[in-house]
Write a protein that binds this ligand. Structure first.
Ligand code: F3S
Length: 420
């Protein structure tokens, strides 16, 4: 990689040994991917490592060294959700286990603050929500690590981020620079696949994303035929749909960027010029959607067990989704003459989104009356609690389904199960 004189000085240790290690690590990382230079970051980094799990000793040692050397990021950053919070309605033993598994949480959060964490509420995988405020603009260079957030920033916003590795994200934030390769380049943003959606109605975002991820893996898809199915949705609803589609594609494959014809900013601007000549084709019809959903394994010992717990909000819900779920739950209970949800239900969203939601007293009361809980934790990390692992969990998140024993249902199925 070609370094500027200033970068070379840092690399050579003229600005301290720890900063040199940071630079050398980022340069080695860039070299591995064939990067030719470092480019400046336009917006803050977003870190994926939000959890103080006891066994991650090297992480705490790195953070300690950074703090002792008084190294900080150039712009205050955000980080993925905490692994648990008090709003999960844990019993005493569950709380105790969380504190054992994540025994370093408090110390690690202090370390995050020392290197430039934005504030106490900066814990969410949807840092790009306006309420949270780590919102890049089209064309901005960023270095994020959370896969669902990278897919959103690249695709829906048109910012430029690779799927940066954990800790490299922080190091890039300290340098204020990131290696230029892959999705940071015009060529790297071109589509390897044309995905043609031929379903009769709008497919669930989670299943469509899953189908795309399984097929294209880490490639870039250009999706046709979806625009007309999204035409009755508001701009905010389309963004939410693409958020969930991207998270599923990023977890069932490694998609970091997708274009949607006529919808996403680069597809609007450049249209089919974004498609590589040798691009392959993948047609998704109703049958394909059905087959993908039916292929999800059910990992419960007894497939007919009653669910114990329902998680909605992986990735974290937007304010609009939170309000939509509140109304759906409320209306469905009312219709069926029920007072409370049948299954313990946790809706997760960013702390700032939850605060905004609570300002609407009518809405907040309506949600509380259903018996649902509001948490800012990460559902996936919450399920690492050995006691949670034993529970029969249902979810509308394909990402959560992929990484845990949770069982996937579409939104309408979840609503029925909660209020039948
Ligand atoms: Fe977010 Fe945790 Fe799901 S980081 S995307 S809630 S796995």
């Amino acid at each position: 990689m070609n370094l500027t004189a200033e970068e070379q000085e840092i690399f050579d240790g003229k600005h301290g040994e720890t900063l040199a290690k940071v630079m050398r690590t980022v340069v080695s990382y860039g070299d591995m991917f064939g990067a030719k230079r470092l480019v400046p970051l336009d917006k803050p980094v977003h870190l994926v490592t939000s959890f103080g799990v006891t066994m991650l000793k090297p992480l705490y040692d790195i953070m300690e060294e950074l703090t002792e050397s008084e190294l900080k990021v150039k712009m205050p950053f955000t980080v993925d959700p905490r692994p648990f919070d008090n709003n999960l309605d844990n019993n005493f033993i569950e709380s105790l286990l969380f504190r054992l598994v994540y025994g370093k949480q408090k110390k690690y959060e202090q370390q995050l603050f020392a290197v430039g964490l934005k504030d106490k509420k900066a814990f969410s995988c949807t840092c790009y929500m306006p309420e949270v405020g780590n919102v890049p603009e089209k064309g901005d260079i960023i270095a994020w690590a959370e896969s669902s957030a990278v897919a959103y920033a690249n695709s829906v916003i048109g910012a430029r981020s690779n799927r940066t590795s954990a800790i490299i994200d922080l190091f890039c934030g300290i340098l204020g620079k990131t290696p230029e390769f892959g999705l940071l380049t015009d060529e790297g943003r071109k589509a390897d696949w044309i995905v043609i959606v031929e379903t009769d109605t709008l497919p669930p975002a989670q299943i469509l994303g899953s189908a795309i991820g399984i097929k294209v893996q880490e490639d870039v898809p250009y999706i046709k035929g979806l625009g007309k199915l999204l035409k009755n949705l508001s701009k905010a609803q389309i963004n939410d749909y693409l958020k969930d589609l991207g998270a599923a594609a990023a977890s069932n494959g490694a998609v970091g960027l997708f274009h949607v014809e006529g919808i996403t900013p680069e597809a609007k601007e450049s249209g089919q010029n974004l498609i590589k000549k040798e691009a392959s084709e993948y047609v998704i019809n109703d049958n394909e959607i059905r087959q993908i959903k039916n292929s999800y394994p059910i990992l419960w010992k007894n497939k007919n067990s009653e669910p114990d717990l329902c998680f909605i909000g992986c990735p974290h819900l937007s304010l609009q989704q939170l309000e939509e779920w509140t109304n759906s739950l409320h209306n469905s209970l009312k219709q069926k003459g029920m007072k409370r949800l049948k299954i313990k239900t946790i809706l997760t969203a960013a702390p700032d989104v939850i605060d905004k939601f609570k300002q609407n007293e009518k809405m907040y009361t309506r949600l509380k009356e259903t018996g649902a809980f509001l948490s800012a934790a990460c559902a996936l990390m919450a399920l690492t609690n050995p006691l949670y692992k034993k529970k029969k969990v249902i979810t509308n998140s394909n990402k959560l389904r992929t990484y845990t024993t949770a069982r996937y249902y579409n939104d309408s199925e979840i609503l029925n199960l909660l209020t039948e």
